[in-house]
Design a protein around this ligand. Structure first.
Ligand SMILES: Nc1nc2c(c(=O)[nH]1)N[C@H]1C(S)=C(S)[C@@H](COP(=O)(O)O)O[C@H]1N2
Ligand SMILES: [Mo]
Length: 547
C-alpha cells in the first residue's frame, strides 16, 4: 500500500476509517475544529507498532499469569524457546555453545522476544487498516504457541491455555486500542478521546509489565524447591573417602583446582528454565525389558547404600582445550543393584533414562554392570545437588560423556535396546555410544601470554575417564615430545594434573603442544576431529611469547 494514497485505501479498518493527510506533506490548516489529525505516515506506523507491542505484551503477561497455574514451561515464551531448542540444528547448537557458552539460553530468549516483538509491531501497524485480519493473525500466533507448548515432551493438556489466552487477550486489546487510536484521530471531542487513548495505552502497558513480572516472580516462588532442597538429610556414605592427597595438584598458581568447586562446575543442558522437582513428588521408575519393574520414592532411594566417589564429568561438546569438564566428589547409590533387582532381559543393551523435562539419554547396560561405579547421585562436593546439576537425583557413569550417562532430574529408566530406541541427541547427529576420549589441555600459561625468558612452568590437566592417565608429554615448537611430571593419581575415573619445567625458554614466540597417554597405553590421537559425532580430538596447542 502506497503512502501516497490518502484516507481511501488505508481507511478500510473494519471499525472506522482513519483520516489523515498525505504522508510527507506539510500540515495544512483545515480549520480550528477539524477532526483530522495531522499524523504523518511515520507517526501512524509508530503508533501502530506501539499498540501492537502493548497488546502483545499484555497477552504475554496474561500467559505468564496463567502459567502460574499450569507450570513455568507452559508460559508462551518459555514454551516457544524450548521448542526452538528442540529444532535447533546441530551446527547452530555447536555455534551457540562455542560463542555464547552458558549464556546460550539468554541469547535464545532474546531471540524469541525480538521475533515476537517484531511480529507484534507489524501486526499493530496492519491493525490500523486491516483490523480483522490483524486480530485473526494475533489469535493464530496464540494457537501456534499453544500447539508448540502442548507438543513439548512433558506437556499436559493445560499447557494449551497460556498461549491460547495470550493470543486472545492480545487480539482483544489490539482491537480496543486501535479503535481508540483511530477514533481520537477523527473525533471532534478531541481532548476526551485523546485522553482515553493515552490512558488506555499507558494503563495497559503498565498493567502488562506488572502482571508479566509479577507472574514470573509468582511462578519462581510457587515452584521453587530451595526449601525442600535445604531440608534433605543426606545419607551417610557406607564408604567414606579420605580427602584426595595434596599431591594430586602440582601446586602451580593459575592451574584449576583438583576438585572443581560446585560454583565453578560447568553446566550443559537444554533446560531453558530449570526443572524444580520436589523430592516429595519425585519417583524413579525402572521398567521396560525387565522381569520386575518397580518404582521408588526419594525416601526409599535415600535408604539405600550410598558411596562417595570422585569422578570427572565431561561434555562431548567440549572443544580441544575447552572448559566443559569438571571433577567433583559425588555421593550416590550404585546403579547396578537396582538393575539386578529389576532383572534385565537378555538382549537388552540400553538404558534409556528420562528427566522430568523430557531429555532422553541412552547408556549401555554393559557400562553399568561391568563393575564400574555407575551411580544415582544426590550430592556433589558434600552438598545436596544444586538444582542446575540435577536435584534431586542424577545419573553418573564413569567413562562416558555426559550426554550418554549423566541424566539430571532423572525420573525414569527404561531398559531397551539401541536398535529400538533413540535418545535425544542421536537423531541430531551424535553417536548413540560415546566413551570419553583421551584429552589434555595446557592451562598455565594462558595461550598468548607473555612470560620472562629462562625458566617457564607449564601446567595443565588431562583425562581419560575410567582408563586413567598414564603419561603426559609436552612438545615445544617442533622439538621432541618430553615427559611432563604427573601429579598423583586419585582414581582412573578422575582427571590427572601435570606440570613441566621448561628450563631454557628463549626469546620469541613459541608453540606448545600437549598429549596424554591413557591407562591402556594408547597415546591421545593427533587427528583433528570436531565435536560431532562423538567428541573432539587433536592436540591442545598454545602460543607463548617469551620476552
Ligand atoms: N535432563 C538433562 N540431563 C542432562 C543434560 C540435559 O540437557 N538435560 N545434558 C547432559 C550433558 S550433555 C552433560 S555434558 C551433563 C552436564 O552436567 P552438568 O551440567 O551438571 O555439568 O549433563 C547431562 N545431563
Ligand atoms: Mo554434554
Amino acid at each position: 500500500m502506497s503512502d501516497q494514497q490518502p484516507g481511501g485505501t488505508e481507511g478500510e479498518a473494519a471499525d472506522g476509517p482513519e483520516l489523515y493527510l498525505q504522508g510527507g506533506q506539510a500540515p495544512q490548516e483545515v480549520g480550528p475544529t477539524s477532526a483530522k489529525r495531522r499524523t504523518s505516515r511515520a507517526g501512524r506506523i509508530a503508533r501502530g507498532a506501539l499498540l501492537g507491542l502493548v497488546a502483545g505484551g499484555a497477552g504475554l503477561a496474561v500467559g505468564e499469569l496463567i502459567a502460574v497455574a499450569t507450570g513455568e514451561a507452559s508460559a508462551p515464551v518459555t514454551a516457544a524457546g524450548n521448542w526452538a531448542i528442540s529444532i535447533t540444528p546441530t551446527w547452530l547448537e555447536q555455534f551457540a555453545i562455542r560463542n555464547f557458552g552458558s549464556n546460550d539460553k539468554t541469547v535464545l530468549l532474546i531471540g524469541v522476544y525480538v521475533t515476537l516483538a517484531l511480529a507484534a509491531a507489524v501486526d499493530g501497524v496492519l491493525a490500523r487498516t486491516r483490523l480483522t485480519l490483524a486480530s485473526i493473525l494475533t489469535v493464530a500466533v496464540g494457537v501456534v504457541g499453544a500447539i508448540v507448548a502442548v507438543t513439548r515432551p512433558t506437556a499436559e493438556t493445560s499447557w494449551l491455555f497460556p498461549s491460547l489466552l495470550a493470543g486472545l487477550v492480545a487480539a482483544l486489546i489490539l482491537r480496543w486500542l486501535t479503535n481508540l487510536s483511530l477514533r481520537q484521530s477523527e473525533s471532534s471531542a478531541e481532548l476526551t478521546e485523546r485522553r482515553r487513548f493515552v490512558l488506555g495505552t499507558v494503563g495497559t502497558a503498565a498493567g502488562a509489565l506488572v502482571a508479566g513480572y509479577g507472574g514470573k516472580a509468582w511462578i519462581k516462588k510457587r515452584y521453587n524447591v530451595s526449601d525442600a532442597r535445604a531440608k534433605v538429610v543426606l545419607p551417610t556414605p557406607a564408604k567414606k573417602l579420605p580427602q584426595p592427597p595434596a599431591a594430586v595438584h602440582p601446586n602451580v598458581s593459575g592451574l584449576s583446582p583438583f576438585i572443581t568447586p560446585t560454583s565453578q562446575f560447568y553446566r550443559v543442558d537444554t533446560a531453558l528454565t530449570l526443572p524444580h522437582v520436589d523430592p516429595r513428588d519425585w519417583k524413579l521408575k525402572i521398567h521396560g525389558m525387565v522381569d520386575r519393574p518397580f518404582e521408588i520414592s526419594f525416601e526409599e532411594l535415600l535408604s539405600y547404600r550410598f558411596e562417595e566417589q570422585d569422578l570427572t564429568l565431561t561434555c562431548v561438546s567440549n572443544p580441544v582445550g575447552g572448559p566443559y569438564v569438571g571433577n567433583a566428589r559425588w555421593l550416590g547409590t550404585p546403579l547396578a543393584p537396582l538393575l539386578r533387582r529389576a532383572g534385565v532381559h537378555r538382549g537388552a543393551d540400553m538404558i534409556l533414562s528420562t528427566s522430568t523435562d523430557g531429555m532422553t539419554i541412552g547408556s549401555p547396560v554393559e557400562a553399568v554392570l561391568d563393575g564400574r561405579q555407575a551411580m544415582l547421585a544426590v550430592a556433589m562436593n558434600g552438598e545436596t545437588l544444586p538444582v542446575k546439576h540435577g536435584f534431586p537425583c542424577r545419573m553418573l557413569i564413569p567413562g562416558l560423556y555426559g550426554y550418554v550417562s549423566a541424566t539430571k532430574w532423572l525420573t525414569d529408566l527404561e531398559i531397551t535396546t539401541f536398535a529400538k530406541s533413540d535418545a535425544y541427541w542421536t537423531p541430531r547427529g551424535y553417536s548413540p555410544e560415546a566413551p570419553v576420549k583421551t584429552a589434555s589441555r595446557i592451562e598455565v600459561p594462558k595461550s598468548g601470554a607473555t612470560v620472562p625468558a629462562g625458566h617457564v612452568v607449564l601446567a595443565g590437566t588431562a583425562w581419560a575417564t575410567h582408563r586413567g592417565v598414564a603419561a603426559v608429554e609436552v612438545q615445544i615448537d617442533n622439538g621432541p615430545w618430553r615427559e611432563a611430571t604427573l601429579a598423583a593419581s586419585d582414581t582412573p575415573d578422575t582427571w590427572r594434573q601435570w606440570s613441566y619445567e621448561w628450563a631454557d625458554a628463549s626469546k620469541g614466540s613459541h608453540k606448545v603442544k600437549v598429549r596424554a597417554t591413557d591407562g591402556t597405553g594408547a597415546v591421545q590421537t593427533s587427528v583433528v576431529q570436531d565435536v560431532v559425532p562423538d567428541g573432539a580430538t587433536g592436540y591442545h596447542t598454545i602460543t607463548v611469547k617469551v620476552s
